[in-house]
Each structure stands twice: as structure tokens, then as C-alpha cells.
Design a protein around this ligand. Structure first.
Ligand code: AMP
Length: 283
């Protein structure tokens, strides 16, 4: 029997509630589809920790800005369902836009501060869209645990904060970044890269590793570590950094003097494709 799919929020909530009434725990893995090993690692983690796993596949329009890649974002629902099933999913929730944003929808989650730095500076409405859709998904799939990838570091910080601030009764689990053999973080957007762009895209990971190595060697000045990363990015002619920062892992404030709480985070455009990555400086 193929993996069950539902496009209906009420039906999905009914299935999840019925599982929970039987005493089964439920994990939710929110995705925008175009699934790769990074997503599947989250599905496997949920499958390992929860009795039932729901994967949501929804390209959320409110988290894309004008001129971003909403229209060309890769979509392949049948292929995604096969992959999700192979990784242990029990249900796919794949709503249409009307089910998530019905006519007249006008309620959003705002979180000033944390959503205005790093990605938020370059994508001003992005996290408002992310937080709104994650909260909606958690109302539709009232999961015991929800799984996110470390790859989207700031997303994990703002979601954790929302879950805490709004008393959402779901445990947030953050899983390690899955990388290609050369270090490039897996991303649905990697498929936009030409062969040459793909070669140069490894500069993100190289820059993070360089910062980490300098920190391990005793360098604690935030600006020196940022310059180290900037130099590595500059070696890739097709790469243009939006930001290269070292920030606190919870407050996201830039660190002048770096401690073990610091995370190096960057966003780099390779040609027309914008990639992000991050790495804790210690641990
Ligand atoms: P997306 O479909 O891009 O919204 O991603 C859905 C989830 O998969 C998010 O929690 C991402 O952080 C996570 N994810 C994306 N890429 C990776 C990766 N390379 N390693 C681990 N998790 C990932």
C-alpha cells in the first residue's frame, strides 16, 4: 500500500489524534519537498524516536520575498512520497495553498529581534512566514516532537523561541547538517547550480572550517574569524557573500570575543543561487 497522503488539515489532525489516543507518540518533519538526504535524516530520526512520523510537504509562499525563487522552487510530490516512505514516514500532509491561507487570512506570528538579523536582514518577511506556517502545522499535526535541521541554524533558534514563548506543547529536536562528500551542505537549492558553480559552492564549508580551525588554534577575536571566512569566500570568483558572522548560539548577537557558545554563520550567493551554512566553533 502506498504511503497515505492527506491534503486536508482536519483529516490530518484526526489521524494524529487517533494515534495519540492509542498511546502512540507522533513526530512531525516539516519540509518544502524536493527531498534529499538532509530531509530524510530528519525522517529517520523521527522514525527512531516516535511511533508515527508525519512529513509535511508544503512550499510556503509567505516565507518567500518578492524576486525570490517561489515560482521555480522544485516540486516532485510523487518522488518525495516514495523517499519519505523509504525513510520511515507514516503519513504525508501536502496541503494546497487554500487550505493553509484561506481567503481573508490575516494572522501572522511576529518575533522582533531574532528574526531581524542574519537572514532576516536580507529576507525581511522570511521568518514571519516560517513561524506562521510552523505554528499552523503544529496545530494541524499536534506532534509530540518536531524535527528541524541544524543547516537552517537561525530557523532553529527562532522556532525554539516561539515554542517556548507561546507554550507550544511540542519538543523541538534539531539534527546535524548532512553534507555532500566535499562538505557542501545538502539543500534543495543546490540543484540550481551549474557545474562550475557547484565546484565553487564548497567555499561555504571551507570558510566555516577555516574559522573553526583558527578558533581551535586560539584565535578568539570575532572580527579576525570573520575576515578569515571572508578571505576563503573571496577565493571563489563566482561567490558573493551577503553576510559572514560569528554570533551567540541563542541571542544571535555578534561576538567580539568568541566563546564556545559561538556559531559561525554565512550566506553566499553563487551566481543566482543563494546558499546558507553554519558551524559551531567548538564541540
Ligand atoms: P526545507 O525543505 O528546505 O524547508 O527543509 C526542511 C527541513 O530540512 C528543515 O528543518 C531544514 O533545516 C532541514 N534540512 C535541509 N537541508 C538539510 C541538511 N543538509 N541537513 C540536515 N537538515 C536539513
Amino acid at each position: 500500500m502506498p504511503l497515505p497522503r492527506s491534503t486536508c488539515p482536519n483529516e490530518t489532525r484526526g489521524i494524529v489524534r487517533a494515534w495519540q489516543a492509542e498511546g502512540l507518540s507522533v513526530g512531525l518533519v516539516p519540509t518544502m519537498g524536493a527531498l534529499h538526504e538532509g530531509h530524510l535524516s530528519l525522517v529517520r530520526a523521527s522514525d527512531g524516536e516516535c511511533d508515527r512520523t508525519v512529513v509535511s510537504i508544503y512550499v510556503n509562499p509567505t516565507q518567500f520575498g518578492a524576486g525570490e525563487d517561489l515560482a521555480r522552487y522544485p516540486r516532485n510530490l510523487d518522488g518525495d512520497c516514495r523517499l519519505a516512505e523509504g525513510a520511515g514516514a507514516d503519513l504525508v500532509f501536502c496541503p494546497a495553498d487554500e487550505a493553509i491561507y484561506p481567503d481573508g487570512h490575516c494572522t501572522f506570528v511576529d518575533q522582533p529581534g531574532l528574526t531581524e538579523v542574519l537572514e532576516g536582514e536580507f529576507r525581511p518577511a522570511h521568518f514571519r512566514g516560517v513561524l506562521t506556517v510552523v505554528l499552523k502545522l503544529l496545530h494541524i499535526v499536534p506532534a509530540n516532537r518536531v524535527y528541524f535541521g541544524r543547516k537552517d541554524f537561525q530557523q532553529t533558534v527562532v522556532v525554539r523561541r516561539m515554542v517556548r514563548d507561546l507554550n507550544v506543547p511540542t519538543e523541538v529536536r534539531v539534527m546535524p547538517t548532512v553534507r555532500e562528500p566535499d562538505g557542501l551542505a545538502m539543500s534543495s537549492r543546490n540543484r540550481y547550480l551549474s557545474e562550475e558553480e557547484r565546484r565553487q559552492a564548497v567555499c561555504l564549508h571551507r570558510a566555516l572550517v577555516a574559522a573553526r580551525e583558527r578558533y581551535a588554534a586560539g584565535e578568539t577575536a570575532g572580527d579576525v574569524l570573520c575576515r578569515t571566512m571572508g578571505r576563503v569566500i573571496a577565493e571563489a570568483p563566482m561567490a558573493q557573500a551577503d553576510y559572514v558572522e560569528v554570533v551567540d548560539c541563542e541571542t544571535l548577537e555578534p561576538r567580539d570575543v568568541v566563546t564556545d557558545r559561538a556559531v559561525a554563520a554565512l550566506a553566499v550567493r553563487i551566481g543566482r543561487t543563494r546558499l546558507i551554512d553554519n558551524m559551531p566553533l567548538s564541540g
